[in-house]
Write a protein that binds this ligand. Sequence first.
Ligand SMILES: [Cu+2]
Length: 274
Amino acid sequence: MKDRYFVVAALLLVALSAAACSTKNTLLPLDASTTTAMDQDTMDQGTMDQGTMDHEDMVVEENSHDHDHGEMVDVSGVANPPEVSVTATPDGTGGATLDIATSNFTLVPANPPSDHQPGEGHLHIYVDGVSIAMVHETTVHLGDLSDGHHNIRVTVSTNDHRDYTLGETVIAASTEVMTTGGTAAQEADHTLALEVMDGMVMGGIQRLAVSVGEVVAITATSDTDDSLHIHAYDLTLELKAGQPSTLFVEASIPGVFEGELHHAGFQVLSLEVS
Ligand SMILES: [Cu+2]
């Protein structure tokens, strides 16, 4: 009798997890050090609310597996396209302050949502390739990063969350920062390394089986700029050509999940969580 109750409970859990997959608010990146990285008091609550940070339109695109390049606005034909630069200064207590400068660009809040206006928009901030915030401020404090080396990337976004690009290249600035005085770096139970060269995954699709609750560090290197997307977990890791980037995934959802290169459009890894 007891066993049967256990099975029912387990099935319910699976059903709940499956339901959670379609709810964007539960699909936040699972690395707590990056999802909680924004210091609330320096930020406009409207833009920092976790619910509005997600890109609803992007979620819809991922669900429909639409991988055309409709999510960018190419401004290479514009006389003075937007520019961005960023510097990061560690605060000594596990965080860093970003000083961002833009030109040929009007920063407007991402919330309330507004339609695309050329030359207008906001900034997307990535820490170690993971999208953590949308801001319209030029001074941004990141709190609670894990100690160590972090890559900070700022991209210039349209009001409707598309990247401004010059041709295929996203208009972006990046910098490195070494933070100290915060929490120890996250430890992984498993690591998975993959390398993409000439449009192929070296050694074929990388497969890994893990248990629910374990943490996987996925390190990816590509010979072209791309982004790695883990389906269902809705995690994205930005890849700069030739630079290894690492994404921590806490295996909270049971199932088999594909990791795919967004621009190249092919599967590079398979994560089996049970
Ligand atoms: Cu946005």
